[in-house]
Design a protein around this ligand. Structure first.
Ligand SMILES: *Cc1c(COP(=O)(O)O)cnc(C)c1O
Length: 422
């Protein structure tokens, strides 16, 4: 493992091909994977871990599920890429629309990042407005316009989080604190007829796990209507995970646009954006908004996504996710209480999170008050006990159909031991 990591340091910035993998916020070295199966992963030294990341979400039916692998094998024989229409795209498209009816029409892309950057282009074209509103702590991929978070104050003009993002790009991204409707109202007032749309994680997973307060999503729906702006739910993480039809199904709110990723590709690179037909008809070649992709609608990726959504549709799938996940979070919170650590957390079906903080945590500012150093020590102690948790308190955790009560109980026991030593 040490040798592989050393060589990777020489080959890739920070030794990785996506930053959180480097374990910077918890310290220590990442583990180098050899294989994954069901609820488990193995490192190259042969150590086995219970996996609560699941490739950051896609592995919801369990990693390397035999039926997903069979679908991939069957497709492999027919070719790995067409760059042309295939029936598989229609099949996955139907499965998506059946589950997420607000997605009347959609476009497949290759990542969540691509879905979100494309949907903003469409929002701007449709409304002929330039500004977008996002929430601090929400992640929508790494496109320039999203690398912005709130500074101090309520109505904050965007400041780029990353060098290389033009100030003029960042300035068109307005931000507000999550769960703060008054702040959103103030931003709309200060930018009358200029905001194309609001994009948000309907349950936040990228600032740690944060649920919307009662009335928040409904309030956004009303405010966007009132101001002629579009509402986009970024369901790249929550889609098919917190309910069959995502957060919009769970909370009963209908956005104009939706972005999808992660689960929809069943472990292969897929994203999608979709929504009201009249908006999607603006996309080329139906309309003037250009967006394209050589590997978009790739048959292997479609096959993996179809198999995954079909397995998820079997009776009891979400009940299983609910049962194991709530058992896990309750157990973790109880272990924290027994060992004298302030903690709070929650879960909805296959998504969960907890903070070393008394709580409640309603937005990114409150999340940042959690004890990050303690989480780092906890993370390392759990790794030593064979539990692979997301390497940051600002990441949600994921369960799958393969996680059992025994896995969860072993995890809680490991947590109790780990917390005693913190
Ligand atoms: C992961 C994620 C993205 C980005 O998806 P990638 O496939 O990593 O580009 C966008 N939005 C949300 C909510 C995500 O969780």
């Amino acid at each position: 493992m040490v040798q592989i990591l050393a060589e990777a340091q020489d080959l890739f910035p920070g030794g990785v091909n996506s930053p959180v993998r480097a374990f910077k916020s918890v310290g220590g070295d990442p583990i180098v994977f050899d294989k994954v199966k069901g609820a488990y992963c193995w490192d190259v030294d042969g150590n086995k871990y219970i996996d609560y990341i699941g490739s950051w979400g896609p592995a919801i039916v369990g990693a390397a599920h035999p039926e997903v692998l069979a679908a991939l094998h069957a497709q492999l024989e027919k070719g790995t890429s067409f760059g042309a229409p295939s029936a598989l795209e229609n099949v996955l498209g139907r499965l998506v629309r059946d589950r997420v009816p607000s997605v009347e029409m959609m476009r497949f892309v290759n990542s969540g990042t691509e879905a979100c950057l494309s949907v903003v282009r469409v929002m701007r074209a449709f409304t002929r407005r330039e500004k977008i509103l996002k929430f601090s702590g929400c992640y929508h991929g790494h496109a320039d316009q999203f690398l912005v978070q709130a500074g101090s104050g309520v109505v904050t003009l965007g400041l780029a989080d990353s060098p290389g993002v033009m100030p003029s790009t960042a300035a068109a991204t307005l931000t507000a604190p999550y769960n703060d409707l008054e702040a959103v109202r103030a931003v709309f007032e200060a930018n009358r007829d200029q905001i194309a749309g609001v994009i948000l994680e309907p349950v936040v997973g990228n600032a740690g796990y944060i649920e919307p307060q009662p009335g928040f999503l409904q309030g956004l729906r009303e405010l966007t209507h009132e101001h002629g702006a579009l509402l986009c739910f970024d369901e790249v993480m929550t889609g098919f995970r917190i309910a069959r039809g995502g957060a919009q199904d769970y909370y009963g709110i209908t956005p104009d646009l939706t972005t999808l990723g992660k689960v929809i590709g069943g472990g292969l690179p897929v994203g999608a954006y979709g929504g009201r037909r009249e908006i999607l008809e603006m996309v080329a070649p139906s309309g003037p908004v250009y967006q394209a992709g050589t590997l978009s609608g790739n048959p292997l990726a479609m096959a993996a996504g179809i198999a995954t959504l079909e397995i998820l549709d079997r009776p009891g799938a979400y009940e299983h996710l609910q049962a194991v996940t709530s058992r896990l979070v309750q157990g973790l919170l109880q272990a924290a209480e027994e060992t004298g650590h302030a903690a709070c957390g929650g879960s909805i079906n296959g998504m969960f999170g907890f903070f070393f903080a008394a709580g409640p945590v309603r937005n990114f500012e409150e999340a940042k008050r959690a004890d990050a150093a303690k989480f780092g020590r906890f993370h390392r102690a759990m790794l030593e006990r064979g539990v692979y948790l997301a390497p940051s308190q600002f990441e949600a955790g994921f369960t799958s159909l393969a996680h059992t009560e025994e896995d969860v109980d072993a995890t809680i026991e490991a947590a109790r031991e780990s917390m005693r030593g913190l």
